[in-house]
Design a protein around this ligand. Structure first.
Ligand code: PEP
Ligand code: MN
Length: 344
């Protein structure tokens, strides 16, 4: 249920409604818009309806939230976009974020070289996996805690916040020490225990779309994080499985404008994992910016031919500045401004 307060509702009236929702065993999720406060009441619908909040002081009206995902739903925010703040960088709304870095942290030199190039080209966040989901159990699975240490060093040197994947709840503590944004990989999109734990951890989450998940399944997955009180959730379209075999996955760019109708959450696009091929990364990035993506997460490597993982799709680091400049121009045409890097 969604409780819309009157524009003139006082803080005491808002708190009283929250108190009544919680006393009925439901959870109250207030969102304070520019004009009115809306309180999402999530729990047993009959209990909430029996509270008869429509008659309470300060309440304008109450309406059911029609979608199965409630907190992710656009209805709850009345069209207002969520903007996630990561260390002073704003993601979502009118901002465009360039998130870049290697697929996997392989060595100090590889990571730091890439990080400097990404920072100098105006990248807003640095990506890099220390725990890697790999199709083969015999493949390299990342440097683990040693990789996290290198990410911490790259952050200390460049000032760029870190996006890195958490695959297993058992690794949450060391990952939380380093990650400014925790990535949930496509294969873990429906790992509900992991999602719930990340909801409680309170750190921004980049939730990738499952390889064959519908938008509704994806938004329901985001709801697991939001439901625990963590509002800093970003979605990432990274390509889905279709009958086409000419490329690795099919990048579902139609998902971007459709998600904007369904949810207030920022939507990032990952052209690298969708394409699996470097030559497709620029055209897909331009298209993603044109359809209104809130940012790109792209793989970059100083020597992709020597990369341990995902070499063919990683952009050559020396080409990154030119790539980023073109994508940013497309984002500007779509009405977005490059997410400013805080001074100092
Ligand atoms: C990644 O971004 O490193 C990754 C493994 O992506 P995905 O989970 O989308 O395959
Ligand atoms: Mn990769």
């Amino acid at each position: 249920m969604m409780i819309v307060m009157k524009a003139a509702a006082t803080e005491d009236e808002i708190q009283a409604v929250i108190g009544r929702i919680e006393a009925a065993g439901a959870r109250a999720h207030p969102s304070r818009g520019e004009e009115v406060t809306v309180i999402g009441a999530i729990g047993d619908i009959e209990h909430i309806a029996r509270l008869d909040l429509e008659g309470a002081p300060g309440v304008d009206h109450a309406v059911p939230i029609l979608k199965p995902y409630k907190l992710a739903s656009n209805q709850l925010r009345g069209g207002e976009r969520s903007v996630v703040e990561v260390d002073g960088r704003l993601i979502g709304g009118d901002h465009f974020s360039m998130i870049a870095g290697p697929c996997t942290v392989e060595s100090r030199d590889q990571l730091l070289t890439t990080a400097r190039i990404v920072r100098d080209a105006g990248g807003s966040l640095l990506r890099g996996g220390a725990y890697k989901p790999r199709t083969s159990p015999y493949a390299f699975h990342g440097l683990g805690t040693d990789g996290l240490k290198l990410l911490a060093e790259a952050k200390a040197e460049t000032g760029m916040p870190i996006v890195t994947e958490l695959m297993d709840v058992r690794d949450i503590e060391p990952v939380l020490e380093v990650a400014d944004v925790i990535q949930v990989g496509a294969r873990n999109m429906q790992n509900y225990t992991l999602l719930t734990e990340l909801g409680r951890a309170g750190r921004p989450v980049l939730l990738k779309r499952g390889l064959s998940s519908t938008l509704e399944e994806w938004l329901n997955a985001s709801e697991y994080i939001l439901k625990e009180g963590n509002e800093a959730v970003m979605l990432c379209e990274r390509g889905i499985r279709t009958f086409e075999t000419a490329y690795r996955f099919t990048l579902d760019l139609m998902a971007v404008p459709v998600l904007k109708q369904l949810t207030h959450l920022p939507v990032i696009v990952d052209p690298s994992h969708a394409a699996g091929r470097r030559d497709l990364v620029l055209p897909l990035s331009l298209a993603a910016a044109a359809v209104g993506a809130d940012g790109i997460i792209v793989e970059v490597h100083p020597k992709p031919d020597e990369a341990i993982c995902d070499g063919p799709q990683q952009i050559v680091a020396d080409d990154f500045a030119a790539y980023a400049a073109q994508v940013e121009r497309a984002a500007e045409l779509a009405g977005k401004a490059l997410s400013a890097v805080p001074a100092g």
